[in-house]
Design a binder for this molecule. Structure first.
Ligand code: AHM
Ligand code: MG
Length: 334
């Protein structure tokens, strides 16, 4: 059997090779990894742990919070508060930023997360996950505020996601490719199982919630029609469709075998550009996908170049295999 490489060993080796992972950032990633193990454990208990169902509350976006949304948020906050590596945190489930309590030292990083992505799948035992993104706090910052988080995705120093599925995996980038770790449940350790993942540039698979088709704008209508036209249509190939309704699981499939994932803006609410959130979902996934050789746009521009204006900002998302993302983006420009 080949030698097992743990998350810690991988991060230390990356640091030696590229000199890009300071020890505070390594600590941060390891703490997030540890929190994801706890969340995985809670998810795995299901009905036996009384973790299913609604928490009886709503988040800032007016979405009903599930018990596991709240539990996962708490796990991430508690794990990351005391280590001295963070200046502040922000979460899809909290209205504003979470400052580090005075009794702990302040670090130089900002952590953002969607603690439990794919909430509609929790109660039906389908893959769900955690998404996170790390920024550096601005130089000279003393009292962290929301505006310190308003940095484009190009400024991310690390991003990753965990999938709680048949296996629990952690996918990570620090800007030197994308690597995947599988949770060894007996040992409680993250073990490196895929190095330098690359997304094929071409694909015959797409992911979109087709129940919204009647609301799509013309470029998306055109693109999906062309894919559905199959081998006799303008794209000259038959496409297959998959939609898990957990972005983590849909992106994980695309990372492993290619595909294009779309959550477009649509005509229902012209002022609301799509469903997904820039800071907790689109930016970290765009960083990962680009690091794996794919592309990510909002139909008009590269997601990572968008200057955020508010914490819970929404954005249209097209990401995955490069040639298909470029195609649908070009349709928006015509
Ligand atoms: P969540 O963070 O509240 O779980 O919402 C985000 C999820 C994504 O994981 C997924 O791609 C999308 O919402 C599914 O939306 P839909 O319900 O339209 O299928
Ligand atoms: Mg989400």
């Amino acid at each position: 059997m080949s030698k097992r490489v743990s998350l810690t060993q991988h991060l230390i080796e990356q640091q030696r090779l590229h000199n890009k992972i300071p020890s505070e950032l390594r600590l941060l990633i390891e703490v997030v990894g540890r929190a994801c193990k706890s969340i995985s454990h809670a998810v795995g208990k299901g009905a036996l742990g009384e973790v299913l169902g609604s928490a009886g509350s709503e988040n800032v976006q007016g979405e009903v919070q599930k018990k596991l949304d709240v539990i996962s948020n708490e796990i991430l906050l508690e794990a990351n508060e005391w280590g001295g590596h963070l200046a502040a945190m922000a979460s899809e489930e909290m209205e504003t930023i979470h400052r580090i309590p005075n009794r702990y030292p302040l670090g130089e990083y900002l952590l953002m997360f969607d603690p439990l992505d794919g909430s509609s799948n929790i109660d039906v035992n389908v893959s769900i996950g955690t998404i996170f993104s790390v920024l550096k706090a601005p130089e000279g910052m003393t009292e962290p505020s929301e505006k310190d988080f308003m940095q484009p995705g190009t400024k991310q120093v690390a991003a990753g996601y965990a999938v709680y599925g048949p296996q629990t995996v952690l996918v990570l980038t620090t800007g030197d490719g994308v690597h995947c770790f599988t949770l060894d449940r007996e040992m409680g350790a993250w073990v490196l199982t895929q190095r330098d993942i690359k997304i094929p540039e071409d694909t015959k698979e797409f992911a979109i919630n087709a129940s919204n088709a009647r609301h799509w704008f013309p470029p998306v209508q055109r693109y999906v029609n062309e894919m559905q036209a199959g081998v006799t249509g303008p794209l000259k190939k038959d496409f297959n469709m998959r939609w898990i309704a957990s972005m983590v699981a849909d992106v994980h499939r695309i990372l492993n075998r290619g595909g294009i994932f779309m959550y477009p803006a649509d005509a229902r609410e012209p002022d609301k550009p799509g469903k997904l959130r820039l800071m907790y979902e689109a930016n970290p996934m765009a960083f990962i996908v680009e690091q794996a050789g794919g592309a990510a746009t909002n139909g008009k521009q590269r997601i990572l170049d968008i200057q955020p204006e508010k914490l819970h900002q929404r954005v249209a998302v097209f990401l995955g295999s490069k040639n298909e993302v470029e195609r649908v983006t070009s349709y928006h420009q015509e």
